[in-house]
Design a protein around this ligand. Structure first.
Ligand code: GDP
Ligand code: MN
Length: 379
């Protein structure tokens, strides 16, 4: 889950990272009020979950509250990369001397978080990484030891940060690490971390990604979820307790269990097909859940065939079969369906499906082959 700039910066601030004064506004009038309270030069920033807002006109500097209101109204009517701007952050504008990048993410290969810093901040860090990777310095964080002050010093030296800023930089790096750790983030990034004209370090922009699997530990964060940016089907799936990820292929998959779902996708590819989605309906899937899952799969216009691969353990085969038929009544379709049912009550399940003249298969390989053929035939 992505957090907005203002949300990320508030979390950073809770951990002692200095941020500009300001608040978020949903209307131009509110923006004006905030600007009046701040009584300084203002920066109006579109709160959309995409990068490069500046270039798209989503960041505007205002001299006073009048201008802030006008610019806020303009930015609030914008769409940036297809996303409507529903809120703007109204921040005190700062005089920027230089811009640094500071971020933490997981380095999967190293099995550790890594902190990265660069003196080439402000701009797209992916571009810096691609074109001038030597401008990014890194230190791994041992999860048991935490972030050590000497690691932060190495980063400060690496980006040639003047010594007078080391104290402030250390505090910000530690704050960012605590924010990352405490929120179960997979990314926490300050870009830019600016050195102001009066020699302060300030987090001007913030970005956080939170691990979806850890959201249950952070109810206060899940409430802030911005549904605008997520695929409608994925939001719908989550509502029903399903894990759904849309892919580009044409064979819809409904599977119980994440490992089985991956194996199913592999075997579809092995048989010359392309999966249209990853979908895990979980254990103990009741008819209602199966219906929701099928509705979600069939909403995807690319789907030319559906493969059900159900291993009955906790999930009962007859229950799944009834779920499939109930779903088909609710969402009538000509898309061919292939079912492979094994395990608890598989025979009962297969009988129910055979009666309804649905394609069934005994083995996964056979099921995948049938689904691939069905999808090809439907083209
Ligand atoms: P992004 O383009 O979406 O990453 O948005 P940022 O918040 O990083 O802003 C982009 C750029 O706008 C920054 O790198 C700064 O150069 C500039 N900017 C942002 N806030 C201020 C501010 O308060 N004062 C000044 N002078 N420039 C700012
Ligand atoms: Mn930025």
């Amino acid at each position: 889950m992505k957090l907005h700039e203002y949300q990320s910066k508030l979390i950073f601030a809770e951990h002692g990272v200095p941020i500009p004064k300001g608040r978020v506004a949903a209307t131009a009038t509110e923006a004006r009020q905030i600007a009046e309270e701040l009584g300084s030069r203002i920066v109006i920033k579109a709160q959309v979950l995409v990068g490069g807002r500046g270039k798209a006109g989503g960041i505007q500097l205002a001299k006073n509250s009048n201008q802030a209101e006008k610019l806020a109204s303009k930015v609030l009517s914008m769409e940036i990369k297809g996303l409507p701007v529903r809120r703007v952050l109204v921040d005190e504008a700062v005089d920027i001397e230089s811009e640094i990048y500071l971020g933490i993410t997981n380095d999967r290969a190293a099995r550790k978080p890594v902190m990265m810093a660069s003196a080439a901040g402000g701009v797209d860090i992916e571009e810096v990484a691609a074109k001038t990777p030597e401008k990014i310095v890194r230190c791994h964080i041992d999860p048991l030891l935490g972030l050590r002050d000497y690691s932060i010093r190495d980063l400060a030296i690496g980006i040639e940060l003047p010594r007078k800023h080391w104290g402030a930089f250390n505090k910000i790096a530690q704050g960012l690490w605590q924010a990352y750790l405490g929120s179960d983030a997979t990314l926490a990034e300050i870009n830019p971390l600016v050195i102001t004209a009066d020699d302060q370090l300030l987090a001007v922009d913030g970005k956080m990604l939170i691990d979806d699997s850890a959201l249950f530990r952070h109810p206060e964060l899940s409430e802030r979820r911005d549904l605008d940016v997520e695929a409608e089907a994925e939001v719908e799936a989550r509502k029903h307790g399903l894990v759904y990820i849309k892919l580009d292929g044409d064979i819809g998959c409904m599977v119980n269990g994440a490992g089985l779902a991956m194996a199913t996708m592999d075997i579809i590819k092995h048989s010359g097909g392309e999966p249209a989605n990853f979908l895990d309906i979980g254990g103990g899937a009741e008819a209602e859940k199966v219906t929701a899952a099928l509705r979600i799969i069939l909403k995807d216009p690319n789907v030319k065939a559906v493969l059900f691969n159900i291993f009955g353990g906790i999930t009962r085969g007859d229950e799944v079969a009834r779920g499939i038929l109930a779903a088909l009544q609710e969402v009538p379709t000509k898309v061919p369906m292939v079912t492979r049912l094994v395990g608890t009550n598989a025979a009962e399940g297969r009988a129910i499906l055979a009666k309804a003249e649905m394609l069934t298969a005994e083995t996964l390989a056979e099921a995948a082959q049938k689904a691939v053929e069905a999808a090809k035939g439907a083209k």
